[in-house]
Design a protein around this ligand. Structure first.
Ligand code: NAD
Ligand code: DAU
Length: 352
């Protein structure tokens, strides 16, 4: 038995591969283009595992994807591959359309051709699981109910619009061609191997390096935070027990303002890596120009996956964020590699 995981060298993909191989005796083909966000160091702990094979490639490369599907004959494709950073989508949307829309289209087509040729028992077992985001539902006001699977799509950034388009393609490939698809829409993840361009790792590292902690606008925007390993377990539950053609929201029931999150990080660093003379990392917090079209609030109603598939997050925000801060303190080698090269270009471009 084999599964193909695309985007496997990114933040969530690499956590998924590591956790899967630790629990299951099943081969994983880790497929990734290795963009700025893909990092083989994330997968170092599994590189000698006999069930692990890495293939470098683009989900939009139909010839390569076809040959990999035929060579490894997977029972599932789990698609994490995407351009995932909202701020990058604002400064340069074209790669988001290329990978998230056109890339997903080519991947779906190759999965469909492969599926059509499977024998009936293999057909029954095959799944195409598409990993998506809560951002497709748009932005909530403070009093609005959390996003349910039945909410309409109202994406506001080039990133979320490209993910919404990919979700629609996945749905259409099921309705029209019968491809057995599943879609998950998750809230903000945090944890190990998170590229330090996103709020949590960015602020941990900038705090330690004595730099300003950049908060967009007034810092009152709200996100729902989920520890990445809990997200991976949710995806596994959907892959194993989800109903074909359905979508599942995954979230942590942890709504926090950005300012609360950054204050929590500073408090943990004050405890674990105290500054001299009782100073606090909070003094580094700086308010900067807001993100254009900044969504005010995301909140996930995760009762469907919880009631129907028995999944619940195991980490609270307090336990998960403490583990995360410790991970960054303990993995300075990973940090220094990730902060060289493209990271420096991005910092200059986005925060100048
Ligand atoms: P990431 O940016 O850390 O990783 C994306 C990975 O995809 C990278 O390894 C990159 O090299 C690879 N990739 C990019 N383009 C590719 C292509 N054309 N072909 C093959 N590989 C390609 O992203 P992430 O945070 O790990 O997110 C993974 C998925 O989960 C994305 O689809 C994202 O939309 C979704 N998601 C992320 C979050 C979050 O909080 N990070 C929350 C909900 C959903
Ligand atoms: O909701 C799920 C989404 O969460 C995923 O689909 C995306 O792939 C993922 O990147 C994430 O998107 P966000 O835009 O919410 O994440 P980010 O870490 O970039 O920002 C979190 C919040 O913090 C957001 O309100 C913007 C704010 N922020 C971010 C950065 C990078 C700042 O205030 N300052 C910053 O420097």
């Amino acid at each position: 038995m084999t599964i193909i995981v695309t985007g496997a060298a990114g933040f969530i993909g690499s956590n998924f591969v590591i956790n899967w191989l630790a629990k299951k005796n099943e081969k994983i083909i880790a497929f990734d283009k290795l963009t700025y966000a893909g990092n083989l160091e994330n997968l170092k702990s599994v590189e000698k595992n006999p069930n692990y094979i890495f293939c470098k490639g683009d989900i939009g490369d139909s010839v390569l994807v076809k040959s990999i599907l035929h060579e490894y004959k997977p029972r599932a494709v789990v698609n994490f591959a995407a351009e995932s950073h909202v701020d990058r989508s604002i400064l340069g949307p074209s790669e988001f359309i290329e990978t998230n829309v056109i890339g997903t289209f080519h991947l779906l087509e190759e999965a469909r051709f492969y599926y059509d040729e499977l024998k009936s028992s293999n057909k029954d077992n095959f799944r195409f699981l598409h990993v998506s985001t809560d951002e497709v539902y748009g932005s909530l006001n403070l009093k609005d109910a959390a996003f349910k699977e039945s909410n309409k799509y109202e994406p506001n950034s080039p990133y979320s619009a490209s993910k919404a388009a990919s979700d629609h393609l996945v749905r259409a490939w099921h309705q029209t061609y019968g491809l057995p698809v599943l879609t998950t829409n998750c809230s903000n993840n945090y944890g190990p191997y998170h590229v330090p361009e996103k709020l949590i790792p960015l602020c941990i590292l900038k705090a330690l390096q004595g730099q300003d902690l950049p908060i967009f606008g007034d810092g009152q925007q709200i996100r729902d935070w989920l520890y990445v390993v809990d997200h991976c377990k949710g995806i596994t539950a959907v892959l194993e027990k989800g109903i074909i053609g359905e979508t599942y929201n995954i979230g942590g029931w942890n709504e926090k303002t950005n300012l609360e999150v950054v204050n929590t990080l500073c408090g943990l660093l004050d405890e674990l890596r105290p500054l001299h003379k009782g100073k606090s990392y909070k003094e580094q917090i700086t308010f900067i120009k807001d993100r254009p079209g900044h969504d005010h609030r995301y909140a996930i109603d995760a009762s469907k996956i919880s009631n129907n598939l028995g999944w619940k997050p195991q980490e609270t925000f307090e336990t998960g964020i403490r583990k995360t801060v410790k991970w960054y303190l303990d993995n300075q080698g990973w940090v220094s590699h990730v902060q060289s090269g493209e990271y420096q270009n991005w910092m200059k471009k986005n925060y100048k």
